[in-house]
Design a protein around this ligand. Structure first.
Ligand code: ZN
Ligand code: ZN
Length: 387
């Protein structure tokens, strides 16, 4: 066997298979690797993935072909080059896909692509799913607590009513494209390797329209404003998206519609702070009540409730009201409402209150300021002899 003059890796090594691998082994390994290294699945290192993907595709294009495989087994990479072997360096990943898995219009359902990617990506499949739409919405905390139905208005393509979406004038029909003979793709040879690309005449549809529908000018679609009701589940958290399946753009060539994603932002509340299922609120409590105990009224999302403040409550202490938080979005019960006590020191004291506090201070042996703590203004008044 001549020594390979290229730095190309061994095709068997690339696909991670043995020399005596069966066609099934080769196919299986290729599917796994192509799935793993498809650039759309490797957005972080797209460049590297693209190189890998091409390497895998090249190895597969040779080893999956009995004749080419024999040639490669005999002469290695040199043998392939002599024959004008496959070279994917200037070819897009998309083109490689169409060559393996059929062009846009020619891709039969059940192709290897559907196996690989579940047919979800409309860019390569024949009857591709339509594009998804995005809508952003803001709701109140109260709405999130109870769940709400919101009506949204979106612009999207609807099938043209005049031609039922086929683009042809009523009474006429689209005819098979005579450039590609209705295949939707054209094959061109690159030395050793045959490429299939979307037909330039019909754009991969496989058919042409002689007399276009006047309403949609042959596109088969019409932009429309659509009103939709979006059910927002109770307990939804800010930043969550609600998916309305099949409410996006229509698919290519009769493919299914894409989805509509509604991104929900929950507005900040004036009093309540949300932490997942729990709510937090700060409540002022007079220092006497904090010391002696008592009841306060606390606002909740379900109206006011009475909350007992235990004796000797400290400032910053959390009191819990069970089950008065937010509902779980999956229906697993409700969170709690936590009340953070902020002990308030009185701003003004009557003479009597001050006397009582001084007695308390004396009792506790607290070294407080002397009695004549007159304010600066009072002292000024004294100075000028005013009353
Ligand atoms: Zn039309
Ligand atoms: Zn065509």
């Amino acid at each position: 066997m001549p020594v390979a003059k290229t730095n190309k890796r061994d095709y068997y090594e690339v696909l991670g298979i043995k020399k005596d691998a069966t066609p099934e082994d080769i196919k299986k390994s290729f599917r796994e690797l192509a799935k793993k290294w498809h650039p759309d699945k490797n957005l972080d290192n797209k460049k590297e993935a693209e190189e890998k993907f091409k390497e895998i595709a090249e190895a597969y294009s040779v080893l999956s072909d009995e004749q080419k495989r024999r040639q490669y087994d005999q002469f290695g990479h040199d043998g392939m080059q002599g024959m004008g072997g496959p070279d994917f360096s200037g070819v897009s990943v998309e083109d490689i896909f169409s060559s393996f898995f059929g062009g846009r219009g020619g891709g039969a359902s059940g192709s290897i692509f559907d196996d690989l990617f579940g047919g979800a990506d409309g860019r390569y499949a024949g009857a591709g799913q339509g594009a998804s739409l995005r809508y952003e919405m803001e709701i109140d905390l109260e709405e999130s607590a109870k769940g709400v139905k919101k009506t949204v208005e979106i612009s999207r393509d609807e099938l043209c009513e005049t031609c039922n979406g086929n683009g042809a004038k009523p009474g006429t029909k689209p005819a098979p494209c005579n450039y590609c003979r209705g295949q939707g793709y054209v094959a061109r040879s690159q030395g050793f390797f045959t490429m299939k690309t979307a037909c330039p005449r019909c754009g991969g549809r496989g058919e042409t329209i002689e007399s276009p529908c006047a309403t949609c000018r042959g596109s088969g679609r019409k932009r429309k404003k659509i009103r939709l009701e979006v059910p927002i589940p109770a307990g939804i958290e800010s930043g969550t998206r609600v998916r309305l399946s099949g409410e996006g753009e229509p698919g290519e060539h009769g493919g299914p519609r894409g989805d509509l994603y509604v991104f929900v932002r929950v507005r900040e509340h004036e009093y309540f702070v949300r932490r997942s299922r729990d709510l937090l609120i700060e409540m002022p409590v007079p220092f006497t009540m904090a010391a002696l105990g008592g009841d306060i009224e606390v606002p909740t999302l379900e109206g006011r409730v009475k909350l007992p403040v235990p004796k000797s409550t400290q400032s910053g202490q959390l009191l819990r009201l069970r089950g008065l938080g937010m509902p779980d979005v999956h229906g697993y019960g409700k969170g709690d409402l936590f009340v953070r006590v902020v002990v308030e020191t009185p701003q003004k004291l009557t003479t009597e209150q001050e006397e009582l506090l001084r007695k308390l201070a004396a009792l506790e042996k607290v070294n407080v300021k002397p009695h004549s703590s007159k304010s600066f203004i009072d002292k000024l008044k004294d100075f000028f002899g005013e009353e």
